[in-house]
Design a protein. Structure first.
Length: 510
């Protein structure tokens, strides 16, 4: 028998399958092998450039955007590892949990174990790790865009909008809760949002979201929103699994507070009472509802409009992710006190949505050259933004915009911090006063790294003999001797033989 012979029915069935139409071929070409290879090459390039930018700023910027990046993370971590540090009010009253300081303390402990026991070493380690965390978030952005239906090429364009954009680059190396939680948010949603997500993906993704809440309470919006999305899809089983996992992480949050503050959910209760019930965060400034889009247009004029337009195109195809992103942004916009850093956890989501929108654009284009050109143009726009990140001012970032909007956002208070490091290396320092700036806008003991009194500008006078050195403006050395200079500031050795002990010295940040 001829084994190649097939019954007529089979032949008819096979021949009945029509060839792909040009339109179908064009749509399939959105992830054709050639475009997939280009997309993966773009992704590698984007991640490499993003890492290079972030590591550069991590190593060459000693400035402070806002005191929280020191006193909510570095300083309490320094106190855990080295036994001393200034204590902000949040860690007096328990308005923060210890998850973030513990994470940073683990990095400081690792640095100590390998010999990085000076600020230049352990701070580079911490900032470098946060920078690489931002790079990993760019990869998670790609995963999220792919999970939302974008092709490899379009998803790489979306990843570039997070990896290379100037605002995410600026915040990346800073040890803030927003940066610590952004990777768990993006990767967690990439795992749980697909309608076909496996049970393992649901458990892992929901756990990452629970971790994100542990690091930053506001990320609870994503958890509640996820349950709403799953229920709206009538995915009852998936919603039940996610709810059970998130409940376990809520229990872990409460237990951590019980063990550290003595009351279940103590930090969440104090934080919400201070910020929402009493509205005391308004003392640091209030802004109008349109603050976030206004500042993003100012910081990244063309790129923010591009991301917004592409994200709107993604709405029909990724409504769940769009809903979660919009809920997070709108709830923050409704709060009187606003800072651009608060939106960092939503930035990879916006970039992923832009990747889905870019995929919609690529699908209407015919031919590989046209699609590749458009994708490369998006990456180029992101790269241009990142290349200009060094020109960002505080006014463009919406910080101090009524006081000193033209000041560079980079290395702000960097001279003070470098002088703190210099003072910490002196053998004869027995006390230090910072006269040049409010203590909250310095790097504290994380930079000073010497267990002697560190006084604020309104502390004891020079004649008190409580300190041997001061950091002051050039020209105010008095009878002292300048031993180090940074710009317009000097580290001055006072003409005293030693310090008088201060039994009333307070470690509390003024």
């Amino acid at each position: 028998m001829d084994i190649t012979h097939r019954p007529p029915e089979v032949n008819r069935t096979v021949s009945a399958v029509p060839p792909a139409s040009p339109t179908a071929a064009s749509e399939a070409g959105a992830d054709a092998p050639t475009e997939r290879r280009l997309g993966l090459l773009l992704l590698l390039g984007v991640l490499g450039l993003g890492a290079a930018f972030r590591l550069y700023w991590a190593l060459y910027d000693d400035g402070i955007y806002w005191p929280d990046e020191v006193y909510q993370s570095l300083e309490p971590a320094h106190r855990l590892v080295y036994g001393y540090g200034l204590i902000a009010w949040e860690f007096v009253e328990g308005a923060r949990n210890w998850a973030l300081p513990a994470l940073v303390a683990a990095l400081l402990g690792l640095g100590r174990a390998v010999g990085l026991t000076e600020p230049a070493g352990y701070l580079a380690l911490v900032k470098g790790c946060f920078a690489l965390l931002g790079t990993a978030t760019a990869w998670a952005t790609w995963r999220l865009a792919r999970a939302s239906g974008a092709s490899t090429l379009a998803a790489s364009g979306g990843a570039a909008l997070f990896a290379l954009a100037s605002v995410p680059l600026y915040f990346a190396p800073r040890a803030m809760s927003e940066n610590a939680s952004v990777l768990p948010v993006a990767l967690g949603l990439a795992l749980v949002l697909p309608a076909t997500a496996s049970r393992r993906a649901l458990v892992t993704g929901a756990s990452l979201l629970g971790l994100a809440v542990l690091l930053r309470l506001q990320n609870g919006v994503f958890c509640v929103g996820l349950l709403a999305v799953l229920l709206a899809r009538r995915q009852w089983r998936q919603a039940g699994v996610a709810l059970a996992v998130l409940a376990g992480w809520a229990l872990a949050f409460g237990l951590l507070d019980k063990l550290t503050w003595g009351r279940w959910f103590h930090s969440a209760i104090v934080y919400l009472d201070f910020n929402v019930v009493q509205g005391k965060a308004a003392q640091w400034g209030t802004e109008a509802f349109d603050y976030y889009p206004r500042i993003l247009r100012r910081a990244m004029p063309g790129l923010s409009l591009l991301v917004g337009a592409l994200a709107l195109l993604a709405l029909p195809r990724a409504w769940g992710l769009s809903f979660l992103t919009a809920a997070f942004v709108l709830l923050h916009a409704a709060q009187p006190h606003k800072e651009l850093r608060f939106l960092v956890p939503a930035m990879p989501l916006l970039a992923a949505l832009a990747g889905v929108g870019l995929d919609s654009v690529l699908r209407v284009l015919r031919g590989f050259p046209a699609r590749a050109t458009v994708a490369l143009a998006v990456v180029a726009a992101a790269l241009l933004s990142g290349a200009n990140a060094g020109t960002l001012t505080f006014g463009e970032l919406g910080q101090y915009e009524r006081v000193r909007p033209q000041d560079s956002a980079w290395d702000d208070q960097g001279p003070v911090n470098r002088l703190l490091e210099a003072a910490g290396r002196l053998d004869d320092v027995c006390g230090l006063k910072v006269e040049a700036v409010h203590q909250a806008w310095t790097g504290g003991y994380s930079y000073f790294h010497r267990k002697v009194p560190l006084y604020a500008h309104n502390g004891p006078g020079r004649g008190s003999n409580r300190f041997s050195h001061v950091i002051t403006a050039a020209g105010y050395e008095g009878a002292g001797t300048a031993v180090a200079r940074e710009g317009s500031l000097v580290l001055v050795k006072l003409p005293i033989a030693g310090c008088t002990p201060d039994p009333g010295y307070s470690w509390r940040l003024p």
